[in-house]
Write a protein that binds this ligand. Structure first.
Ligand code: NDP
Length: 284
């Protein structure tokens, strides 16, 4: 007897709220098509009260995994069997992977950043300035610490959120970290290797600027922005005008997708195909 047609496809997806038209769908499905994988990536609107049922449903339907975004990144953990190393430190999951009969929570935010960064430099032993202390900053800081950076200067507007991340990095990862409460123009110290904007400054606003002394950026520094839309943020343009190597937020997003596809399928998908699909979906 032939298997039902639905068994011919492997399913992964995204559980989110209010993310209709998610460009990640186009990027991941482009990878499946390019590599001739009979897989589908399906965007599902899931409310917080339905999350447990949705995870059990995905398990029952044989999904190979799924991404999850706000507001599910922390609450999903109670429905899983285990966590990857960085997800456990962060206490947040954005990618669930079926391994055997276990559902394991991973966090690909920081891993995507690290992969994008590794195209231009190895963070091991480096000194880093990081703006922001929210979810993206937390993911990036934890992966940078696990990758063996020498020192992190954490610059955040609110002292309370800054303090929370500072303590996590110092106590759980033993990182040499300094917290600067961002109240005036920040000058990057000479000798800094990597500067990262992980705030939401610049999202949908190409002219929004960080309160940063641009003349303190030196050509030897790598400057990275998490903002993917628009990709050419004010920071990216300022960094390039100072002769720095600049990495946009699309690189991080594409690399997150690469990590997720690799977790689910075991293949290393084509980065160029995925970036092109993402740019098309964002209308760039
Ligand atoms: P959060 O809301 O968790 O954190 C936002 C951070 O930005 C906080 O540190 C906040 O400081 C800071 N911030 C916001 N506005 C200002 C301002 N005007 N001046 C100074 N600081 C400010 O957001 P996330 O961390 O989840 O996301 C941050 C950005 O990262 C988003 O724009 C998102 O699009 C992007 N992102 C990109 C990804 C990619 O793959 N490229 C992946 C994930 C996120 P405070 O604590 O003082 O409020």
């Amino acid at each position: 007897m032939n298997a039902p047609a639905s068994f011919l496809q492997e399913l992964v997806g995204s559980m989110s709220q209010g993310a209709a038209g998610n460009p990640t769908v186009a990027m991941i499905e482009a990878a499946f098509a390019h590599h001739a994988l009979p897989w589908r990536y399906i965007n599902m609107e899931v409310t917080p009260q339905d999350l447990g049922e949705a995870v059990r449903g995905a398990r029952a339907m044989g999904f190979r995994g799924f991404n999850c975004s706000l507001p599910h990144k922390v609450t999903v953990i109670q429905h899983l069997d285990g966590l990857g190393e960085s997800a456990a430190v962060m206490g947040a999951v954005n990618c669930v992977v079926r391994r055997g009969d276990q559902w394991i929570g991973e966090n690909t935010d920081g891993k995507g950043f690290l992969r994008s960064l590794s195209t231009v430099t190895d963070p091991k032993g480096k000194s880093v300035v990081l703006f922001g202390a929210g979810g993206a900053a937390r993911a990036i800081a934890v992966e940078l610490a696990l990758a063996g950076i020498r020192k992190l200067t954490l610059v955040n507007r609110s002292a309370s959120r800054g303090q929370e991340l500072y303590q996590l990095l110092r106590d759980k990862l033993n990182l040499d970290v300094e917290l600067v409460v961002w109240e005036r123009e920040f000058a990057v110290a000479a000798g800094t290797d990597i500067v990262v904007n992980a705030t939401s400054i610049g999202l949908y606003d190409a002219d929004a600027r960080l309160n940063l002394d641009v003349s303190s950026l030196q050509p030897a520094m790598v400057v990275a922005d998490v903002i993917g839309n628009p990709p050419r943020t004010r920071l990216i343009r300022d960094a390039q005008s100072r002769g720095c190597q600049a990495l946009d937020g699309l690189g991080m997003l594409v690399n997150q997708g690469i990590v997720a596809v690799h977790y689910w399928t075991g293949i290393e998908p084509d980065a160029v195909v995925m970036r092109q699909a993402l740019e098309r979906a964002l209308g760039l």
